[in-house]
Design a protein around this ligand. Structure first.
Ligand SMILES: [Zn+2]
Length: 75
């Protein structure tokens, strides 16, 4: 489980620089940024909040994301 406190404070590491970056916690497997479209996987219960990882999923519609996120999502 990802803790509620963590879910509330996590922001997209790119958009947060403009004071935004709120994330949607999607199916307990991904954090989705509505502003830039990056999607950050939760792997082994750890959210991987790296811009270059989020970049990989920009063009994947969120309903096509694997749930749970595959361990290779952050490779
Ligand atoms: Zn973003």
């Amino acid at each position: 489980m990802v803790s509620k406190e963590l879910i509330e404070i996590l922001r997209c590491p790119d958009c947060v620089q403009n004071g935004k970056g709120e994330l949607e916690f999607y199916k307990e497997a991904w954090f989705v940024c509505a502003e830039c479209g990056r999607k950050y996987p939760v792997i082994d219960e750890i959210p991987v909040m790296l811009i270059e990882v989020g970049d990989k999923w920009v063009s994947t519609p969120k309903d096509q994301l694997e749930v749970p996120a595959p361990k290779t999502a952050a490779d």
